[in-house]
Ligand binder design. Structure first.
Ligand code: ATP
Ligand code: ZN
Length: 296
């Protein structure tokens, strides 16, 4: 394969909780995804990359084998895969901030629970046997882990196991099944993973370009540009209040000696409370504007 023929391969979830967010992230990075007939793959029109739409469980395999250069998957799926294949050639390239959920052990609402030791000798049904065994091993607890590929929350009612370990976001599903969470095993969010398998010629440079675009999008998601006016005496107090701003620009105001304009990129959310505090510290004419693009 010649260097100029190399296209990156990206594995995304075909449909499900991560599918829309994953595509949107790529669109925000300026990638135009071709609307083709084929729902298993798509070409990016303005960047040398092809997308493959697969089940999330297959994404670590594709990336680990180097079939795909990048993939987007939940940390829960990644961790389960890596615990089963410790030599997997995968690295986490970025945390993406969506698909947040936690993997929790739950027990019937009526059952007694006095800490993790209660699990000793019990059965736990889960789709994440490696993660659960690892959790138990770290605490020196011996329990029986039963793998189920779905409908895990039915296990207690079916008499399969008194405990379950499953993904929870609001807890509504647990509650609907008469269960309550008793332990948190893993907090998870979607991550961008990257292959460590030898990639073809040109892949490293393309990967670098893709990463810098994605990092730009992730950095701007919570970032805001703040502009305000302040007197010289108030500057220190005000710049201390700016959330996540490294080096604000300070410019003298024309015709108002001792007064300055402060401009800063804030890398964290700017709340009304922050604006209130800035005003109290002596800031005036405060403007907060969104940032569309940023290259770090
Ligand atoms: P696939 O068909 O691709 O195998 P799936 O049914 O395994 O899909 P989804 O239910 O779409 O997976 O969930 C994908 C990922 O979304 C999960 O692995 C997890 O990282 C994340 N997620 C976020 N919130 C939740 C939740 N409440 N329940 C389950 N997964 C969640
Ligand atoms: Zn899945």
């Amino acid at each position: 394969m010649t260097a100029d023929a190399r296209r990156l391969h990206l594995a995304l979830q075909k449909s499900g909780r991560l599918a829309d967010y994953s595509r949107q992230l790529l669109r925000d990075a300026g990638l135009r995804i071709q609307d083709g007939k084929n729902d298993l793959a798509a070409r990016v029109e303005n960047f040398p990359a092809d997308l493959m739409f697969v089940r999330d469980d297959d994404i670590p395999t594709f990336v680990g084998d180097g079939v795909c250069d990048f993939g987007i998957v939940g940390e829960n799926v990644l961790r389960e895969f890596v615990l089963g294949r410790p030599d997997a050639r995968i690295e986490v390239a970025a945390r993406l901030g969506f698909g947040r959920c936690s993997l929790r052990i739950a027990a019937p609402e009526t059952a007694r629970y006095d800490g993790a030791e209660t699990l000793a000798g019990a059965r736990i049904a889960t789709s994440y046997p490696f993660i659960v065994r690892d959790f138990l091993a770290r605490r020196g607890i011996a329990a029986d882990v039963v793998k189920m590929s779905g409908a895990v929350e039915l296990a207690p009612r079916l008499g399969i196991a008194p405990f379950v370990c499953d993904l929870v976001s609001t807890g509504a599903t647990l509650e609907a099944n008469g269960l309550r969470a008793v332990e948190t095993v893993l907090e998870s969010e979607a991550v961008l993973i990257r292959t460590l398998a030898p990639a073809g010629e040109g892949a490293a440079a393309l990967g670098g370009q893709l990463m810098s675009r994605l990092e730009g999008v992730l950095a701007t998601r919570d970032s805001k540009y703040i502009m305000l006016n302040a007197s010289g005496e108030a500057l220190k107090r005000i710049t201390d209040l700016l959330p996540g701003a490294e080096a604000p620009t300070i410019l003298p105001l024309h015709g108002r000696p001792g007064h300055f304009a402060v401009h800063a990129v804030c890398q964290e959310s700017v709340f009304w409370e922050t604006l209130q505090a800035l005003k109290q510290a002596g800031a005036s004419a405060i403007l907060v504007v969104p940032i569309e693009k940023m290259m770090l």
